[in-house]
Design a protein around this ligand. Sequence first.
Ligand code: NDP
Length: 248
Amino acid sequence: MSNIEEKVVIITGASSGIGEATAKELASKGAKLVLAARREDRLQKLQEEIQNNGGQAIYKVSDVTSHEQMEELAEVALKEFGKIDVLVNNAGIMPQAFLFKKKIDEWDKMIDVNIKGVLYAIAAVLPFMRERKSGHIINLSSVAGHHIYPGGTVYCGTKHAVKAISEGLRREEAISGTNIRVTNISPGAVSSELLKGTTDSETRAGLNEFYKIAIDADSIAHAISFAIEQPSDVAINEMIIRPTVQEG
Ligand code: NDP
């Protein structure tokens, strides 16, 4: 039996890109999935596809910027499957532009989704994982959580925050002896719907050019799967996964 089979995995941002690819990969390895995002039609389609292939999945329409909805998501997982083994904290947005463009509404949304959303999902599952002295929290940071580039200042700030949250959580749980593993995943350019969030035409053109080297979302799903399937006393804490030709 793989170390993924029968594990209950919540995935935020499961309706496209990395979340969707991860759902399919983990379902094929026997995980029981709880899919979350805002677009119900996408979640329903993914659930059906997983079930048609013999996998197990439920979904709950959820907005990560709502603390209450994250609590409800954890409750749904517990009600349906009785436990939560893994949280893949994946939902994120990336509207990019130079600061002088003053896209304040986009800054607010990025902070709400990429930072507060990650914290709310952790808050919702952590008590149950601590009670069972078992669990795994996987946060999607980015190469943008390791270095900073013009136009990506606020996004980089949010992804640096995710990396800091991962490391703080890891250390808190390590000294508490809860057996909760923490993994911070930092992808480089990956093909997905992420670029659609950039409204600034100049920045969007640059991003489209840069993303010509993007790798498939499956590559990140494999990395997430690898982290989960390690023995419970082994924690993969940090992974950076770039296209081979990506320099920065
Ligand atoms: P996508 O845009 O394809 O997926 C983003 C997902 O987040 C969607 O499922 C979307 O679903 C969900 N989402 C957005 N806002 C909310 C919200 N308020 N509540 C709930 N769900 C939300 O992008 P990726 O798959 O590429 O991104 C996944 C993660 O990977 C993000 O955190 C991103 O920052 C990170 N990443 C991606 C990289 C890339 O190059 N693609 C590189 C580095 C990191 P819905 O709209 O239905 O709610």
